[in-house]
Design a protein around this ligand. Structure first.
Ligand code: MGD
Ligand code: MGD
Ligand code: SF4
Ligand code: MO
Length: 711
């Protein structure tokens, strides 16, 4: 039976059918999880059926097919657990809340409100993210809140706001992809990271599109490309300068578009004129002829799309690097038309919505700014407080870890993240977390960070927790709750509301059900950039999803942005002059290789969930280091042996994997493992000056065989 012929299942006495969507990446593929209780031994058997929907078109990848496993493994956190004498003991919710209130209040009395920090995540539903942001500002009145999306979308988001006036992952619907005659995939590995989107690209190819991939390694994505630019890690901004120079010299500009819809052209032209192509080729490691070929393919095509993801963005110049790719889009006028646009390929399930409703240090719901007096007044009014009660802006996620280290933050509440494994410079982060007076972690699995906590709060997982999530297209989707909370687990937003009550601020959190939260979010975002006002649960139940901005219930939602104008002064987008720029950490005699980091198909982020899924874990049981065989020989590394990787900040132990598909000056290690395989023990904590994105994608390392002495 083909995938598409499969029928949706209907519940019977022995079949329990859950209509849901995948908890992992930003595509948010829809599926049914079916529990069959008919077996004579009483054990349930689970199966998964993909459901047709506009984004995944009825496909599921291997992670989605197995996503039910970590929820049902028997390893769930079921009760609040307090650490006493180094061991976790069960505690009631009432006692847990009392403990939090007394710890937080004692610290706030001694050190002020900002001594408590909150740290959220892009897996939280819009409703939980919204309540978390409000909880920080209204219940605790602390400025210190940020979230893991800082490590994910901040470079693209800040570039989008600056250049276009708005940040929405894709400016187009996915269906526009196959209308593009040329597609640039810069630092994005769709094949492993959003696998169900691959057919959009292969269909474009079948129609004759030219695909250009920019990646230091060969991946499932680069393999479908026609031109692969194997850039030196961290040199994308410079590579884009080379491509822009070719476009300019060969007259591949849309002059009318540049004249009528952009500003900054003359400065950009003068800058590009001053650059030397051979120097760019040398700096990027990409031959100038290949840069030229790629630029002309994009420049001469009638339609085209540019996609960037973390390869370009997780750099200490990530903000500017993205802006240089946006220059390509604007100079050729390839935006706001069918088959023309840009996509920052959003990462987490709710990586898009999670960054819109107030989890970020400087933002209030609807992308309003916490430092803008009008925005403060508007949101304070919705919340029923005086604007002067709202704290100002805090700091970015890693900077919060610095504040933890300095003990300016003495209590931390983590909801939906595993910062010990996902922050750069993990040894420093661990040292800081251990100094905290009080660490609370709300999770449904025992993450590395939860193991360090003083108190763990058990929350519901995707099968139980209903709410909205916004996928990579900016389409808001409703995920239904499909099974009761196990044990004593509660929904994230529910925990925050109950805690607000215990803190004496319950009147501001009067939400009986998740839809009540959404209705307040609609109001709080009304008139903001990410306007959800016109989106209702009723609409979401009837329509498959609604795109924001959607200012009125009668509004259809914005499918393609910037068709006639940009939300910036005079309606014009901004061209940017971007200098050639080297990564902050360079290789040296002691650390002779570049390390870049990223993902593999079967694991998700810090691996807390996928490592607990037997079917996924079995495919990649441990971390590895991809290395070119010639480089390996130079460093006396055999294939499939344990090696030690060292940077200025720490060391880890992983198994070597020979691959002639990676640059000889670079090794690659995925990010999905903790402890001695936590690659972030090596990564550099230098941050992009604008968006505070760490340079996860480049640092300098040494590799050596791990010699074991047998006695
Ligand atoms: N299987 C899987 N899928 C996921 C996730 C996961 O953990 N596992 N996570 C989700 C999330 S949160 C995110 S953010 C996305 C991430 O999605 P991607 O950004 O596509 O994933 P990465 O593997 O981090 O990086 C993409 C590519 O960048 C390349 N790269 C490394 N350094 C450079 C460089 O300097 N320049 C360029 N041009 N390329 C470089 C890497 O070799 C890699 O192939 O995936 C989402 N989907
Ligand atoms: N070296 C390196 N480091 C990186 C990256 C990289 O490419 N290289 N990528 C960065 C990126 S793009 C990202 S997005 C971050 C991600 O970093 P993290 O946020 O640390 O990643 P996760 O593994 O998703 O951690 C989420 C935790 O929250 C739990 N969780 C999941 N859903 C929910 C929920 O609904 N509620 C609650 N309360 N808990 C939940 C999970 O069980 C897990 O323990 O890592 C960043 N770190
Ligand atoms: S991981 Fe992403 S592509 Fe795979 S099933 Fe889940 S949402 Fe779809
Ligand atoms: Mo991410």
């Amino acid at each position: 039976m083909s995938l598409f012929a499969q029928q949706e299942q209907v519940a019977t006495d022995s079949l329990h059918v859950i209509d849901t969507q995948c908890p992992f990446c930003s595509v948010q593929c829809k599926m049914q999880v079916i529990e069959d209780r008919s077996a004579s031994d009483g054990k349930s058997v689970y199966s998964v059926v993909p459901k047709p929907n506009q984004a995944s078109e009825g496909r599921l990848c291997i992670k989605g097919m197995n996503a039910y496993q970590h929820v049902l493994t028997g390893e769930r956190l079921l009760h609040p657990m307090v650490k006493r004498n180094g061991r976790f003991e069960r505690m009631t919710w009432d006692d847990a809340y009392e403990l939090i209130v007394s710890k937080f209040n004692n610290l706030r009395e001694a050190y002020g409100n900002h001594t408590v920090g909150l740290y959220g995540g892009g897996s939280l539903t819009n409703e939980s993210a919204y309540v978390l942001g409000k909880f920080a500002r209204v219940a605790l009145q602390t400025k210190y809140i940020d979230y893991n999306g800082r490590f994910c979308m901040s470079a693209a988001a800040s570039a989008g706001v600056k250049v276009f006036g708005i940040d929405r992952g894709l400016t187009n619907q996915l269906s526009d992809i196959e209308l593009a005659e040329c597609i640039i995939l810069a630092g994005t590995n769709i094949a492993e990271c959003q696998p169900t989107l691959m057919p959009y690209f292969t269909r474009a190819k079948e129609k004759g599109a030219i695909l250009i991939a920019i990646d230091p390694r060969e991946t499932g994505t680069t393999r479908i490309s026609d031109i692969h630019l194997r850039v030196k890690p961290g040199m994308d901004a410079t590579l884009a300068n080379g491509m822009l120079k070719v476009l300019l010299e060969e007259g591949c500009l849309d002059e009318e578009f540049v004249a009528n819809r952009t500003t900054g052209f003359m400065e950009l032209k003068a800058h590009l004129d001053s650059l030397d192509m051979e120097e760019i080729a040398h700096l990027t490691g990409v031959p100038s002829q290949l840069i030229r070929k790629a630029a002309l393919s994009y420049g001469k095509a009638q339609t085209g799309m540019v996609f960037t993801a973390r390869g370009v963005e997780q750099q200490t110049d990530g903000h500017m690097a993205v802006r240089n790719f946006l220059n390509l889009v604007l100079l050729t006028g390839k935006i706001g038309k069918p088959g023309c646009g840009y996509g920052a390929v959003t990462g987490q399930g709710n990586g898009q919505g999670g960054r819109e409703h107030g989890q970020k240090a400087d933002q209030l719901p609807g992308y309003r700014l916490i430092e803008n007096p009008e925005d403060r007044a508007y949101v304070a009014n919705v919340w029923g407080i005086d604007p002067s009660e709202l704290p100002g802006k805090g700091v970015s996620a890693y900077e919060m870890m610095e504040k933890v280290h300095e003990q300016e933050i003495r209590a931390l509440f983590v909801m939906g993240s595993n910062p010990l494994v996902s922050n750069p410079n993990a040894n420093f982060v661990e040292e800081g977390l251990k100094k905290l007076d009080f660490l609370v972690v709300a999770d449904f699995l025992n993450s590395e960070t939860a193991q360090l906590a003083d108190l763990i709060l058990p929350v519901t997982a995707y099968l139980e927790n209903g709410g909205t999530l916004t996928n990579l297209e900016g389409r808001v989707l409703l995920r239904k709750s499909g099974r009761p909370a196990p044990g004593e687990a509660k929904h994230d937003w529910q925990v925050l509301c109950e805690l607000a009550e215990k803190l004496g601020r319950g009147e501001f959190f009067p939400f009986g059900q998740v839809e009540d939260v959404f209705n307040e979010l609609r109001l709080a975002s009304r008139g903001g950039t990410a306007d959800y006002y016109g989106i209702t649960y009723e609409r979401l139940r009837k329509e498959e999803g609604v795109y924001w901005p959607c200012p009125e219930e009668s509004h259809p939602g914005a499918k393609r942005l910037f068709e006639s104008t940009f939300p910036l002064p005079a309606g014009r987008a901004l061209l940017t002059t971007v200098e050639n720029h080297l990564p902050k950490e360079q290789t040296s005699e002691d650390f002779p290789l570049y390390l870049t980091t990223g993902r593999v198909l079967v694991h998700y982020l810090t691996g807390v969930q996928t490592r607990k899924s037997p079917s996924l874990a079995a495919r990649d049981v441990e971390s590895f280091m991809e290395i070119h065989p010639r480089t390996a020989k130079k460093h006396h590394i055999e294939d499939a042996t344990l090696v030690k990787l060292t940077s200025k900040r720490g060391e880890i132990y992983v198994r070597s994997r020979y691959s002639d598909a990676i640059r000889e000056d670079t090794v690659f290690v995925p990010m999905h493992w903790g402890d001695t395989q936590n690659v972030n023990k090596l990564t550099n904590d230098a941050l992009d000056p604008t968006c505070k994105m760490p340079g996860f994608k480049v640092c300098a390392v040494q590799v050596s065989p791990l010699v074991t002495e047998y006695v």
